[in-house]
Design a protein around this ligand. Sequence first.
Ligand code: MG
Ligand code: MG
Length: 257
Amino acid sequence: MIVLKSVKEIEKMRQVNLIVAQILEVVRGLIKPGVATSELELAAEEEIKKRGVKGAFKGVPNPQGFGEPFPANLCMSLNDEIVHGIPSEAKKLSSGDLISIDFGVYSQGFYGDSAISVAVGEAGDDVHRLIKNAEESLAAGILEAKPGNRMGDLSSAVQEVVEGAGYNVVREFVGHGIGRDLHEDPQVPNFGTRGRGIKLKEGMVIAIEPMINAGGPGVKLDSDGWTARTRDGSLAAHVEHTVAITKDGPVILSRLG
Ligand code: MG
Ligand code: MG
């Protein structure tokens, strides 16, 4: 069931998503070679406390039916890790790495959700190109998030940008509706066919989140039940915005400013 949001509710969701964006910017500012992903998690934890909100991911039950609930506020996915990487003292950033950070907040009865991919230190062209492509595919998907379009218009817009650059979208994970629950209907795939799928309506709020592999689209899961990485060991990038579909078109709720 798709829950449509009122203008007032979307305003609240903007406030929540703005906090997500602000905390992600704090974390982005701390990214440098030598920093452990656990240190970034601590910084996020401090910001969460300071603002009196709740991290959305800590304690989420493992969807595989094995493994612990998610133990952190940040999903930190390094290089061939696509999504749901777990912060750790042992996982230190090196120059040339690609780090994807996914973060969500719960406040005032609503969730916010966003992700960034960042090049660490002096990274190569392959890292910068993949991140740029992920951001461009997200922007292309957002442009299609307007009333009257179908989900397939949005999904295929993402897919075309990614495959046009010779990369692949992940199929195993998709974006989602978001509101009073972190994951609501509808699913928002990063692959599809124009003119197909549900009709997009004013009041829908969706998290659009391209997950992009530089190599093949295959995914494998670590024994922790969370960390999803590329099957072929290639680099992956992940970016996400929470977007409201309004009568005037898409409004990015998780953007700064
Ligand atoms: Mg997310
Ligand atoms: Mg999401």
